[in-house]
Design a protein around this ligand. Sequence first.
Ligand code: BTN
Length: 255
Amino acid sequence: MFNIEEFDIKLDTQVIGRNFIYVEEIDSTNDFLMKTEENYPNGTVVLAEHQSSGKGRRNKEWKSEKNNNLTFSILLLPNPNFPNVNLINLSASLAIAQTLENLYQFDIELKWPNDVLINKKKISGVLIETISKSDKIEKIIVGMGINVNQPTFAGKYDIRPTSIRIESKREVSREKLLSEILNQFEENLLLLEKSSSKILNAWRLRCKMIGEKVKIIRGKETKFGIFDDIDHNGFLILKTREGYEKIHGGDISLR
Ligand code: BTN
């Protein structure tokens, strides 16, 4: 069982996670915050021990063993000078990477736009969703799934999954991990508002695909080129024979 008190003692934020909702079972923590009529405060975090319909990016499923991992969503209510959603996305995966490095000395790789890898295996993913009214973003929901103490993974996956337990050969405290991720994420969001280039550089440092030949699949479209860089908005710049192209989303792999 998740010990809320232990988590709360370690939480060192002003906003993120100060309103904390813990549920045993839910369809998806992202869907919960997307659909609720309740006006939850900025920074509300919903953590579920089990999701019956956990969602990954591109309509995939996020499978996670009950009581062993972290599946949660963070609600952000944008203010007028709020950074764009892509940058929040990168700040989120970066926060997970930084925390895993600090707590367990892992060598983490970030895969654009928001996969967190260790030894080429996936340890965490981020799913950002927004609710807009007449072109104005009203809510941003940052969903994070982290494989923590799950000992094995069965089934088929695009990228082979792993967990902190598999990689470090020990069970770790989910309470400490969650509090540290939220602390780091809040710090990253504050830095993002002041100097987005620092966040972008920290993200670039961990992205091993920059400079490599890649293939990007989006829907029915496949593109080939060199992953040149990410731009100031967090978009991928692909160098192709025709020139440079900005890529907004898709599944990227080495070619
Ligand atoms: C991905 O790698 O494709 C993103 C995975 C995101 C999973 C998390 S778990 C908590 C939140 N609720 C969901 O339904 N999905 C996200």
